[in-house]
Design a protein around this ligand. Structure first.
Ligand SMILES: [Zn+2]
Length: 333
């Protein structure tokens, strides 16, 4: 589902340039408005802007005994000024956040970076860009839990599985909503296995949407594209930076969803990379959801023993069964 253009990274950097330029302009306008109403605030701001210089002067020029006293004095004055400013702002009808409101993200002040590390908003931008190209943001708008209906699943008991597809789906839905509710407290992984047309991909997208709405970083990728990326990373130099970023995300995103495992081209290089992702996420206690049409035996034959043993050891295996609901839908409508 995810497609990456070599320009994503550059595009995002440019967006941040524009965002912070805009924020600066807005800030200037807001400052003028505020200063006009209360000139004392301008004096305070000018004074506060000097704090850094004052401290460095004190460090350079004062002798050892005086130094701490000077710095202490500067800090006290700064506190006093900040308090005075806060009071003046309120008195003049400006909210405490009046100046902060110019930023989309207060963490990085629209620069995209906090202490030289990418801000969370930067990471999410990368994911969203990739999503936009694949239209997943559109898909997510229409495919979400409110659209999920159990009505399409038969209530007739399936002898092989000892329950009806309906009961089974009800259980799966419960597990999925628990997965979302307890996302921050409990480290859980799931494998959705079963034939096509039983709602696996739909459920993956519903979960993605719920967690995106809660501010989590979610990377949704088809196995086909993920394994493609492994190859590209090795062989395509133009795309290197972006691929590396997305591949970093496969390890760092709060949730990784790999859809349609079993449809990709497997090489020894890609299985090694795949194992690396699965394993590092387990070690870092970051949740992963995998959907696959493959049954247990097929998983065993297609993937190395160490991958399969991680899946069976660390993942909740949820089996989907029943009739293709896309067909049922057709007959009912
Ligand atoms: Zn940010």
């Amino acid at each position: 589902m995810i497609m990456i253009s070599p320009n994503i990274y550059k595009e995002i950097l440019k967006e941040y340039e524009e965002l912070s330029d805009n924020a600066k302009k807005k800030l200037e306008i807001k400052k003028e408005l505020c200063y006009k109403k209360c000139p004392r605030i301008r004096e305070i701001d000018n004074e506060l802007n000097m704090t850094g210089i004052k401290i460095s002067k004190a460090i350079i020029y004062a002798n050892k005994e005086d130094k701490n006293k000077y710095i202490e004095d500067i800090k006290n004055l700064t506190e006093k000024l900040k308090k005075e400013k806060e009071i003046l702002m309120t008195e003049n009808g400006f909210s405490k956040y009046y100046f902060d409101e110019v930023y989309n993200c207060n963490k990085c002040k629209d620069t995209g970076f906090v202490n030289n590390e990418k801000c969370d908003c930067f990471k999410q931008k990368m994911i969203n860009k990739a999503y936009d190209m694949s239209n997943i943001s559109e898909i997510i708008k229409t495919e979400n839990f409110s659209k999920f209906s159990l009505d399409y699943y038969s209530k007739q008991k399936d002898p092989k599985n000892h329950m009806s597809p309906y009961e089974n789906m009800k259980l799966i839905m419960r597990k999925c909503s628990l997965f979302i509710e307890e996302f921050d407290e409990k480290f859980k992984n799931m494998v959705f296995s079963g034939d096509t047309g039983l709602g696996k991909t739909f459920l993956c997208r519903c979960i993605a949407k719920e967690l995106l709405d809660r501010g989590k970083t979610v990377l949704y990728v088809t196995a086909f594209n993920l394994f493609n990326m492994f190859e590209k990373e090795k062989f395509n130099k133009d795309n290197e930076e972006v691929d590396r970023e997305i591949l970093n995300l496969t390890k760092n995103a709060d949730l990784l969803i790999i859809d349609d495992l079993g449809t990709e081209f497997i090489t020894s290089l890609s299985t090694a990379e795949f194992f690396d992702i699965i394993n590092s996420r387990i070690l870092a206690k970051k949740s992963t959801i995998i959907s696959t049409n493959l049954g247990t035996d097929e998983l065993m034959t297609q993937y190395s023993g160490r991958i399969v043993s991680r899946l069976y050891g660390e993942y909740d295996m949820l089996k989907f069964f029943g009739d293709d609901i896309r067909l049922t839908k057709k007959f009912k409508n």
